[in-house]
Design a protein around this ligand. Structure first.
Ligand SMILES: Cc1cc2nc3c(=O)[nH]c(=O)nc-3n(C[C@H](O)[C@H](O)[C@H](O)COP(=O)(O)OP(=O)(O)OC[C@H]3O[C@@H](n4cnc5c(N)ncnc54)[C@H](O)[C@@H]3O)c2cc1C
Length: 315
């Protein structure tokens, strides 16, 4: 039995951690084939992948959700796959929703556990309400379309690494498949997205206004990460909603979340609890974020962030 896993790239760092988590979950469902939209095959040794389908930029240049879904639909048919998985990122959920529309199959988002039953159905547990509720469900479909919650399970190596065959795949697409296509990434992110970034520098009301984000952008750039913000910041119109972390924003799973001037409301924590390490910078020693942080600096972010930038630059 074959399962396909769409793997997202995370800038120059390689495969996004959220996709490694999806590969980890997929291993229990069959022989894992990865689908990667890139010019070179990433290093997936150790993640249980037996084959990589490489879709080069000459076939599909940039992020084109319908075209990517069309590629998955074709490969699922060609390989006789019983499941297609992706990370539960904005992109993963969007592409699998398109795949559901193309195939007429149901899709289950943000799964944390999936088992294949003897009758061919998939039993699953998935996050609802930003992970505050776990839902048990049974998916009845010839091909299970699943996304994996970005903070649901850790990425883990397979016990017996297999050799990986790489196939350059040339999909047949029609013009309409490419009608929606993101040709560029936001300036300065190097293709790294908030959902998959390894470092996120967060800014909240304590930043003080739209002009206060320049040092946070600079720090994020130096650390190879991106800026994320609280809802107050997006509600005030200081930054766009796509940068919001939280229950009604993006769920992040970085190695490091540096939360600057963010109080740590429960709706914000729902989006950043998957971070491996949290460092808070806050003037208030009683701020709730401190009970979630591994380290805290009690002080003014307008002094501490520039000092961090100077220290990193001097190294
Ligand atoms: C249904 C619902 C959904 C929501 N979804 C989200 C969501 O997805 N994401 C989200 O973030 N929020 C969400 N919220 C809002 C949430 O409840 C909080 O209001 C919000 O997260 C607070 O943002 P904040 O921490 O930036 O601001 P505040 O709570 O005002 O905190 C500002 C912090 O900055 C500190 N500070 C001030 N000046 C400085 C300085 N110079 N240096 C260092 N620290 C300083 C203060 O001590 C304080 O801790 C939601 C709310 C509801 C009701």
């Amino acid at each position: 039995m074959t399962v396909l896993v769409l793997c997202e790239m995370d800038g120059p760092a390689g495969i996004a951690d959220a996709s490694l988590r999806a590969l980890t979950l997929a291993r229990g469902l069959g022989d894992v084939n990865a689908v990667v939209f890139a010019d070179t095959a990433p290093d997936l040794a150790g993640y249980g992948v037996t084959r990589i389908y490489l879709v080069e930029r000459s076939s599909v240049d940039g992020y084109a959700p319908l075209a990517w879904a069309r590629v998955l639909a074709g490969l699922a048919e060609e390989t006789g796959s019983t499941a297609v998985l992706a990370a539960g990122t904005d992109r993963g959920n969007e592409i699998l929703a398109h795949l559901g529309a193309i195939t007429g199959l149901p899709m289950a988002a943000n799964c944390t556990a999936v088992t294949l039953s003897g009758d061919g159905t998939h039993k699953l547990i998935r996050h609802r309400w930003a992970g505050l509720l776990l839902e048990d469900a049974v998916l009845e479909a010839p091909i299970a379309l699943l996304t994996v919650a970005t903070d649901g399970i850790p990425a883990a190596y397979a016990p017996d690494p297999a050799a990986i065959a790489v196939h350059v795949h040339k999909p047949e697409l029609v013009e309409g498949d490419l009608a929606v296509r993101a040709a560029e990434s936001p300036v300065g992110t190097g293709g790294v997205t908030l959902a998959t970034a390894r470092v996120v520098v967060g800014g909240g009301r304590g930043v003080g206004g739209p002009d206060g984000f320049a040092p946070l952008e600079e720090l994020a750039r130096l650390l190879g990460g991106v800026v994320g913000v609280s809802r107050v910041v997006t509600s005030e119109g200081w930054r766009p909603h796509r940068q919001q972390v939280g229950q009604t924003g993006t769920k992040i799973t970085p190695e490091l979340y540096l939360a600057c001037g963010i109080s740590g409301a429960i709706q914000h924590i729902a989006g950043c609890a998957g971070a491996k390490h949290i460092i808070a910078i806050n003037t208030d020693p009683g701020a709730p974020i401190l009970s979630h942080a591994d380290y805290a600096v009690i002080g003014d972010l307008h002094e501490i962030v520039p000092a961090l930038i100077t220290a990193i630059r001097s190294r």
